[in-house]
Design a protein around this ligand. Structure first.
Ligand code: HEC
Length: 110
């Protein structure tokens, strides 16, 4: 009986360990997944480096803090310019934490 309980407990511990291992890379991927889900690649390219128009900004490798601040500025209407109308509606689909996740992903994108 004791052995049986120990086996179950061991099984649960192993399963919990596996769940942790699987959850870690998933968390690291959140920014990338959001970038895709929110439709950002349409204009900025799959990795943020190949834009659909030469006057659209490349985002890959940009500082995360800068990106997050710009996304906020699009949302608040603080950022002005001839192309803001293209980007502001996109930024409005993001929360602050989502912007930060995407910003981190773009900064570290290889
Ligand atoms: C319809 C095309 C389009 C889509 C889709 C789009 N963007 Fe943009 N984005 C632009 C354009 C155009 C600009 C330049 C705006 C300007 O100059 O004010 C821009 C600017 C930006 C900037 C500022 C870059 C800088 O150097 O200041 C960031 C950050 C950004 N986009 C992130 C995103 C993210 C994140 C998404 C997805 C949620 C997204 N964009 C989706 C067209 C798009």
């Amino acid at each position: 009986m004791k052995l049986w309980t120990a086996r179950i407990a061991g099984g649960i511990a192993v399963a919990a360990g596996l769940v942790c291992l699987l959850a870690l890379p998933a968390a690291a991927q959140d920014g990338k997944a959001l970038y895709v889900e929110k439709g950002c690649p349409t204009c900025h390219g799959p990795d943020g480096a190949t834009t659909i128009a030469p006057n659209y900004p490349k985002l890959k490798g940009q500082n995360a803090d800068y990106i997050a601040v710009q996304l906020k500025a699009f949302r608040s209407g603080e950022r002005k310019g001839p192309q803001v109308a293209l980007m502001a509606p996109m930024a409005l689909t993001l929360t602050d934490p989502e912007s930060e996740l995407i910003a981190k992903y773009l900064q570290d994108a290889q």
